[in-house]
Ligand binder design. Structure first.
Ligand SMILES: Cc1cc2nc3c(=O)[nH]c(=O)nc-3n(C[C@H](O)[C@H](O)[C@H](O)COP(=O)(O)O)c2cc1C
Length: 391
């Protein structure tokens, strides 16, 4: 049966629809985490451990969900997190999410590993754009990539610092979602069972990491249009594991607009980032895909909020699936949250309508939670709304 976005009432409905639509190898790549997936699960469990202590008898007939996010208004305390290889789930998926973000009045972050280019997104999506970059060994390539984002008017550069090497993602290993992408008897059956996905891909061609064209030229097997699966490993080889504080300071000094650092969990690191002039930090463990055993982001948040002491905004991602998750993160001191898989599942299941549905579900739940807590504006979401049950 074709997917109807209106029939999804929760992010979990969109997740299930994505699961039905996709070959298992692709779904697992989006859905999975590192090793035993402890951190992946704990991101969600941390929200479940924390309860709300609502105020009543307040006039909640008008609710304002707007905030100032990095000096500009956002209609909701949210932005889209960077996700690479989206085109594997649905051709044009990056544009679908970027347009949904623009329609909702929230910033969209394009991944350096995206299957749509910096320029294509700037042309196709009218809203606020941030560009995320990993750090590559090839410094000429790195500088050119960032310069493209500047020329295309991206308002912020987001540097992801939790991926000097890739996490050990065993679902991908078991599904042979690696390099080279092997068509095994297991995969063939998997793909044969998803003809709609196969047809879509055959019609549009295998996704390409558009922003990384040319990166491979320095490697032993040059290719100007590497497929997403082929580049997954080669990019790994191209990451700069030596990237450090001095190198980040040089990037900070060279980039003239807002600089966001994503993948911070330690309060001392957050404090140093605020000291060196970064404009925001994202408390993130990469959605449980990198360091297995890393602390849940909601648990790491209070220490970071304390460390930066209001000098720069603190954003959080990881496990946001409910409006109440957003209220809890904000009550713990985050200024906003990033959406990773929530909009990814939506876009894979239903293109732009699916991504819009994901944001609409979270907006509705956020507004309802605020009304039920007696919080009429984002400023009224504060620590007094939190209750940590004694177990
Ligand atoms: C399929 C997938 C691809 C991702 N690609 C990137 C990426 O290219 N760059 C990056 O900084 N983070 C990437 N992330 C991490 C997200 O930006 C974000 O930190 C994470 O998804 C948040 O957790 P959530 O999915 O539970 O919301 C990716 C996550 C997923 C699920």
């Amino acid at each position: 049966m074709p997917f109807s976005a209106a029939s999804a009432y929760a992010i979990e409905d969109l997740r299930r629809a994505a699961q039905q639509h996709l070959p298992r190898a692709i779904f697992d790549f989006f859905d999975g985490g590192a090793e035993d997936e402890l951190t992946l699960r704990d991101n969600r469990a941390a929200f479940a451990r924390l309860r709300l202590l609502p105020h009543v008898l307040r006039d909640v007939s008008v609710i304002n969900t707007g905030i100032d996010l990095l000096g500009q208004p956002a209609a909701l305390p949210m932005a889209i997190a960077p996700t690479g290889a989206v085109g594997y789930g649905r051709p044009g998926g990056d544009i679908a999410i970027a347009r949904a973000a623009a329609a909702a009045g929230i910033p969209y972050t394009l991944s350096s590993s995206a299957t749509t280019s910096i320029e294509q997104i700037a042309d196709a999506a009218p809203g606020r754009l941030w560009f995320q970059s990993y750090i590559f060994k090839n410094k000429t390539f790195q500088a050119a990539l960032i310069e493209r984002a500047r020329v295309a008017d991206y308002e912020a550069l987001m540097i992801t610092v939790d991926l000097p090497v890739g996490g050990k993602r065993e679902r991908d290993q078991r599904n042979d979602f690696s390099v080279p992408f092997k068509l095994t008897p297991k995969n063939t059956l998997d793909f044969a069972l998803h003809p709609a996905w196969v047809l879509n891909v055959l019609r549009r061609g295998l996704p390409v990491m558009e922003n990384l064209r040319g990166l491979e030229q320095a490697s032993p097997k040059p290719s100007s249009t590497p497929s997403a699966s082929a580049i997954a490993t080669s990019v790994g080889k191209n990451y700069d594991t030596a990237f450090d504080w001095d190198a980040l300071q040089k990037l900070r000094d060279a980039w003239p607009r807002k600089l966001i650092v994503k993948g911070v969990l330690h309060p001392a690191d957050a404090q140093r980032l605020a000291d060196m002039g970064c404009d925001a930090v994202v408390v993130s463990n990469h959605g449980g895909r990198q360091l297995e055993g890393a602390v849940a982001t909601l648990d790491a948040l209070p220490g970071i909020v304390q460390a930066v002491d209001g000098r720069i905004p603190v954003l959080l991602d990881g496990g946001i699936r409910r409006g109440s998750d957003i209220v809890k993160a904000l009550a713990c001191g985050a200024q906003g949250v990033l959406l990773g898989r929530a909009t990814l599942y939506g876009a894979v299941a239903g293109g732009q309508a699916g991504a819009e549905r994901a944001i609409a579900i979270l907006k509705d739940e956020l507004t309802r939670t605020m009304q039920l807590c007696g919080a009429r504006s984002i400023q009224e979401i504060e620590a007094g709304l939190l209750f940590e049950p004694k177990r």
